[in-house]
Ligand binder design. Structure first.
Ligand code: F6R
Length: 579
């Protein structure tokens, strides 16, 4: 996915767009570009990150402009493939987030009609299509070009012949910010909240015409009204606020995120279909999948409701779900595989619920009901507070389904999360930063905690890390154990304790150092492992949260010790809008 931002008003556009692109860098950061309406179309675009090259773009003139930060899909991340793209005559410039699936055919036809292409991107065909239908009205040219496109797009288009921006959306997010004598357009609210809280989320098929004094939205060719929504994210939420990285700030925001998330759901607003489901299917990707797996364990053990979970990308390879509740978990609300899985569930008449953090995101238009977890913006690519907020919503759902057995536990959980933030992890960091490979093991709901700990470690420290159900390690991975492969074991005082201790002894016997998360005062465990990380004895749900937070911090401090780019790990983007 990529990030796009546009501004039209009375101020100089370039600094506002640069600022906005920095906020959107989590969506992709291999190249960037800006076009403004100065003397004609002025363009600045480069491989690399806007945050390292902001100055190069600030000289652009004009009070209307568009910008893009890229996560390459078609064509390498170089200057030529960076957006904006222009047509043959430099009459239009466009930025695009999404994928044009029929671009190869369109490109062949356009070349046959004499167009010259300067990039390998799918996006450039749009500039040439608009060029062909541009006979004095940019709006009408975009309205003619858009129906030819197959795929997903959020587009911003400018032309030196008109003061303003044309924006179009199909299956990629696009938000309009409404200022005083100025309008903004962006992939999400983060670049907008600094200027206005009034936003409009465009619908698929909408085309909007923005000029400093006027916004008109068309659906196809007909003008339509879309509701204005007040966004409760503050500008402070989008800043580092004195922390070294967004990730650390977001880890520290988790007590509040959990507190807010459990309040996102109560008996009044629990969607009807979730009130007594006979069975549940969960679909999600990455960290959200791990949150779903924790939910599956806890739901089955506390409510006895059978639950299955699938990677959203694999959901289509199984027989269609039959009359079960399908829960899609996606913090961004834009992950293509999760959207596809939910559409499939709907096409089989399954009731669907989405759990997301982003108001107006695509998933909320697909699912029958949406629960917003209210974690606030998450800028670091690695999911942390959105993960804990997902658990907040899911644990609250279990609480409501179980006749509110856990209300007190959940109400105090944020305090336990707060306490664990100060845990001393220096010895564990020292061991991990020297490792070539790290295994994480747990049982029951602590198995997905292990999976999530390993995912965090690998994505930000680049150390190979694998999560395993503790019982599985001896079925192959034991061959990899050595003094250079620490094993992190989550060993809690439940009915898995005895077998976990036995597994830890087997691991130790193969020469691997063991770092164990256990309950404070557990000297039996502390004596057999190399590093013992004590956690307070609390309720099982809370222990899932605290052990998870320790593993996030371990990954964070290890990545910092290795001098990694924590907030923007290589090759990644925050949500993946391609299947
Ligand atoms: C890992 C991470 C990813 C996302 C995954 C799904 O830290 O952030 O694994 O969890 O890409 O994203 P959403 O939740 O937006 O569907």
């Amino acid at each position: 996915m990529c990030g796009i931002v546009g501004y039209t008003g009375r101020k100089t556009a370039a600094p506002i767009i640069v600022n906005g692109l920095k906020k959107l860098e989590y969506r992709g950061y291999d190249s960037f570009g800006i076009a403004t309406l100065g003397s004609g179309i002025e363009v600045c675009k480069h491989a690399g990150r806007i945050s390292d090259n902001a100055r190069s773009a600030l000289h652009l003139n004009g009070t209307t402009g568009i910008g893009h930060t890229r996560w390459a899909t078609h064509g390498a991340p170089n200057d030529a493939n960076a957006h904006p793209h222009t047509d043959c005559k430099n009459r239009v410039a466009i930025v695009h987030n999404g994928i044009i699936e029929n671009y190869a055919d369109l490109k062949r036809q356009l070349i046959a009609r004499g167009h010259r292409f300067l990039s390998e991107t799918d996006t450039e065909v749009i500039a040439h299509l608009i060029e062909e239908s541009y006979t004095g009205s940019l709006l009408s040219a975009v309205q003619q070009a858009v129906p030819v496109l197959q795929g997903s797009f959020a587009l911003l288009v400018i032309s030196p012949e008109e003061q303003g921006i044309i924006a179009a959306r199909n299956a990629s997010p696009l938000v309009i910010g409404m200022g005083d004598g100025e309008y903004f357009a962006a992939s999400d609210m983060t670049p907008v909240v600094e200027y206005t809280e009034r936003t409009i989320f465009l619908e698929d098929g909408d085309i909007a015409s923005l000029s400093p004094d006027k916004l008109v939205i068309y659906h196809g060719k007909e003008p339509v009204n879309r509701p204005v929504e007040l966004v409760d994210w503050s500008v402070e939420d989008t800043k580092k606020g004195g922390f070294a990285h967004y990730m650390l700030k977001e880890i520290y925001e988790q007590p509040q995120a959990f507190y807010n998330a459990i309040r996102a759901l109560d008996t009044e607003n629990l969607p009807g279909c979730a009130q007594k489901p006979a069975s549940v299917a969960i679909v999600a990707c990455g960290s959200s999948y791990h949150a779903g797996l924790i939910f599956k364990y806890l739901l089955e053990e506390t409510c006895g409701i059978p639950a299955r979970i699938e990677f959203a990308s694999e959901f289509k390879y199984f027989p269609p779900p039959v009359s079960c509740l399908v829960v899609g978990i996606t913090q961004s609300g834009e992950t293509a595989d999760t959207l596809t899985a939910l559409k499939r569930a709907k096409s089989h008449n399954c009731p669907t619920i989405a759990i997301t953090n982003v108001l107006g995101s695509t998933v909320s238009r697909i699912a029958d009901s949406t629960i917003f977890m209210r974690a606030g913006p998450e800028i670091s690519v690695a999911a942390t507070k959105s993960f804990v907020a997902q658990l907040g919503v899911l644990m609250q759902m279990i609480n409501l389904l179980s006749g509110e057995q856990f209300t007190k536990v959940l109400a105090h959980a944020h305090r336990a999360i707060e306490e664990v933030l100060l845990q001393d992890l220096s010895c564990a960091v020292l061991t991990c930063k020297q490792a070539r490979s790290i295994f994480y093991v747990g049982r029951g709901p602590f198995y997905p905690v292990a999976l999530e700990g390993a995912l965090k470690m690998k994505e930000i420290s680049y150390i190979h890390a694998e999560g395993y159900a503790a019982g599985e390690l001896k079925h192959g991975p034991f061959a990899l154990l050595s003094s250079e492969t620490p094993v992190i074991a989550i060993c809690m005082p439940d009915d898995t304790y005895g077998v976990m201790v036995a597994n830890i002894k087997e691991i130790k016997a193969r020469g691997a150092p063991v770092i164990a998360l256990g309950i404070e005062g557990d000297s039996e465990l502390a004596d057999i492992v190399d590093i013992f990380i004590p956690l307070k004895r609390t309720h099982r749900f809370v222990q899932v949260l605290t052990s998870l937070v320790v593993l996030q911090l371990l990954a964070y401090y290890t990545a910092v010790a290795l001098d990694r780019d924590v907030d923007k790990p290589r090759n990644l983007a925050k949500s993946v809008t391609i299947e």
